[in-house]
Design a protein around this ligand. Structure first.
Ligand code: MOS
Length: 727
């Protein structure tokens, strides 16, 4: 029996559709209180006075916590430190420990009350006075003085081959272009939420997190308790996309408030509070310069980017990653610069780096195709490469762009296109088509997992991984069922709890492959154990062997650690994360085909058709995998056409912190999306899996921009592509 590949329904589908699944905010404890944050209204400075009497007088208010009365926290790690007490954005601030303000929106007080209504009312009555320090908040101005991003093995500063600038000057055909993308904010359906409960020095946290282990490690560090005293539960997460990877103030402050009041505390962020206290995607300014001969062979490829961090920290983005791997240019220069502003730190958002990097790179390739009078797919094929263009030696573990372009062109009907821009019309609509390449690195991490086979025939898989809506548990049940030769329905998967053998963070599209490696290993061990038992008991089915051996179950485990933190700081983590990266370039990839219709009079743009073909290695579940890719494409449409966080360049205040003013695609914005896979296992990844979470968004904005250019003759190099830019 083979369940791998089948489009099976999700094992958690039933509890979610009936409402039985409990998300973080839905956990109730006797005496539960409600917390609401109060936000700073300056970008940088110090609090000189905090008036809390009025708030404290609201009936039902239990405490108004500020830096004057909050329990102590251990100092936060410094920004930029990369160690495994966690360390990305949001965690480097000493919340409610000092009078310092680092960004407009930083929590400066927390109100705890018997009801959420009382907490909200009281939070509105806290008044602060400040001394203001000069803040730098305007990205466009600061970007001119960007500095090289610090270098580390996870986030290299850049890469180089030959002399790209000289080759650019000497090229027969050349372009030197500037692109920009705005900041984006996270808008997962489920708001960030925490329920925190102390029992002496033991902390239980229900949190909407995609990284249980980081959360536990960081909370233990800040509250000065052993890691084993902190339990993090997150069995259901309603979307995360990178926004629930780092720890943001809501989680720390819920735990702090519970400590201060000796009561269980629930802290659910409002949508506005998500904008004010959870980082988003960096804005970027990018330069792509291309030099080619008349036949379209690239002689020079320059891709540089400026992105933004907070002065308090933030992640580095691999904006030029795709430019380092996609084209056989003789000379390449890739570089990441950044600025640090007095704004909330930026963070990961679906395909951080690659999502915005492919917009610029794949737009520029299209521009070069027009400059050469060449089909954009043909231009890409002339620059296809079998080895990593940077070192000229390393091979791709799996590279099938030729096949995907051929398949995509056929499914889309690319050949019927009139290549001339602004030449195809359907009544008032200008019709255009565009194409772009998708690319995202494939990674793995070490994972601890335990698999138990019971005499009754059921199988239990235990691993502290994350289910944020992508079908992770279903995929692992399929993998286990096939590995043990048992029915899919016999497998039950436990996840989302730090008391389980520690799994990976649900990030970098690495969960499925990483867990699969350990599940397979545990299942092999289990089969060896059963075989040994069979020799004594005399064979038969699994159940018969166990019954005759008179044992209720047999178990096998990979790794006994219930947490990753300790081993992660040691040798195992790094080789695991970069497994084989010295020998192979490993990546998921794809091709994105798009048709747009632009109203000739009003500039209204509708994306009318989409075809995506993806190489994600082996497909474990055709239904959940295509949902992941479709979701990535939809998110990419938001990036292409609508999403833009507006930061007031004078005050650093986010001006559109709501779904009414920050637009994400709705159903009416999403065309039929045709997703297909090559479904060919990668020879160097566990089970041949390359990861499907993030590759779907890459290339999307470029495909749209290229189609808009084809429709209208206008190049939009600054996202989002709103109608004012087309008039
Ligand atoms: Mo992702 S942006 O690694 O959740």
């Amino acid at each position: 029996m083979t369940t791998i590949g089948q489009p099976l329904d999700r094992v958690d589908g039933g509890v979610k559709t009936t409402g039985a699944a409990k998300f973080a905010a839905e956990h109730f404890y006797p005496g539960l209180t409600h917390a609401v944050m109060v936000h700073a209204t300056i970008s940088r400075g110090r609090i000189t006075a905090l008036h809390t009497d009025e708030a404290s007088a609201v009936p039902g208010v239990i405490a108004v916590l500020t830096h004057r009365n909050a329990p102590p926290l251990k100092p936060a790690p410094k920004p930029g430190t990369f160690n495994f007490s966690m360390l990305f954005s949001g965690t480097s601030v000493n919340y409610l420990q000092t009078d310092e303000v680092h960004w407009e929106g930083q929590p400066i007080a927390v109100v705890v009350a018997e009801t959420s209504a009382a907490a909200r009312e009281a939070a509105g009555l806290v008044h602060a006075e400040y001394t203001v320090t000069k803040a730098v908040v305007d990205f466009d101005v600061a970007a001119k003085d960007a500095r090289p991003q610090p270098n580390n093995s996870f986030f290299p500063q850049g890469a180089k081959r030959g002399d790209a600038e000289a080759a650019l000057k000497a090229a027969a055909v050349s372009l030197d272009l500037r692109y920009s993308t705005p900041p984006h904010n996270h808008n997962a359906l489920e708001l960030h939420a925490t329920v925190a409960l102390w029992d002496g020095d033991r902390l239980t946290i229900h949190d909407a997190t995609q990284s249980i282990d980081w959360f536990r490690t960081h909370l233990a560090l800040r509250f000065g308790v052993p890691m084993t005293n902190v339990r993090v539960l997150a069995p259901f997460v309603g979307g995360a996309f990178g926004g629930k990877f780092a720890m943001w103030p809501g989680t720390i402050l819920a735990a702090l408030a519970a400590r201060a009041t000796s009561r269980p505390v629930r802290l659910v962020l409002s949508r506005e509070a998500v904008y004010r206290t959870v980082g988003g995607r960096t804005p970027s300014v990018q330069r792509v310069a291309l030099g080619a001969d008349r036949d379209g062979r690239l002689t020079s490829l320059v891709h540089t980017s400026v992105t933004r961090n907070g002065r308090i920290g933030g992640n580095y983005e691999q904006v030029t990653g795709p430019a380092q791997h996609l084209y056989a240019a003789e000379n390449i220069l890739a570089r990441h610069d950044r600025v640090e502003l007095d704004l909330l730190s930026t963070t990961f958002m679906r395909a951080p780096g690659e999502a915005i990097g492919t917009f610029a790179l794949e737009s520029a390739i299209d521009e070069l195709a027009y400059a050469l009078g060449m089909d954009p797919i043909e231009l890409r094929m002339r620059n296809e490469t079998a080895v990593d263009p940077i070192d000229g030696k390393k091979k791709f573990s799996h590279r099938r762009l030729r096949e995907m372009y051929a398949l995509g062109a056929q499914r889309f009907g690319w050949q019927e296109r009139n290549p001339e821009a602004r030449a195809t019309r359907d009544g008032r609509w200008l019709v255009g088509t565009g194409v772009a390449t998708a690319f995202h690195p494939a990674l793995t991490m070490p994972v601890n997992v335990a698999v138990r086979l019971s005499a009754g025939g059921s199988v239990l898989v235990r691993c502290g991984f994350h289910e944020m809506g992508m079908g992770a548990a279903t995929a692992q049940a399929q993998i286990t069922a096939d590995a043990l030769g048992v029915p899919f329905d016999a497998v039950h998967v436990e996840y989302g709890d730090s008391a389980l053998p520690m799994g990976p963070a649900a990030a970098s599209s690495l969960q499925t492959a990483s867990i699969a490696a350990s599940v397979i290993q545990a299942c092999d061990e289990l089969k060896r154990k059963l075989k040994a038992m069979a020799r004594k008991t005399g064979g038969g089915s699994h159940e018969e062997i166990l019954r005759r051996a008179k044992v209720p179950h047999v178990e096998a485990a990979v790794g006994s650690e219930t947490r990753l933190g300790r081993i992660a700081g040691r040798a195992r983590f790094l080789p695991g994360f970069l497994l084989g990266a010295q020998r192979w370039v490993k990546a998921a990839s794809g091709v994105q085909f798009c048709e747009v219709r632009v109203d000739a009079e009003t500039g209204e743009t509708r994306v009318s058709r989409w075809v995506g073909v993806f190489d994600i290695g082996r497909v474990i579940n055709a239904k959940t995998a295509s949902s992941q890719l479709r979701g990535g494409i939809v998110m990419g449409l938001g990036m292409a056409m609508a999403e833009e966080t507006l930061v007031d360049p004078r005050t650093g205040r986010i001006m559109n912190p709501s779904l009414a003013e920050y637009h994400v695609p709705v159903h009416a914005d999403v065309p039929p999306i045709d997703v297909s896979f090559l479904n060919e296992p990668d020879p160097n990844m566990p089970l041949g899996i390359l990861g499907a979470g993030e590759v779907g968004i890459t290339g999307v904005a470029a495909a749209v921009a290229n189609a808009v250019h084809h429709a209208t003759g206008k190049r939009v190099r600054d996202l989002p592509i709103t109608l004012d830019k087309l008039l």
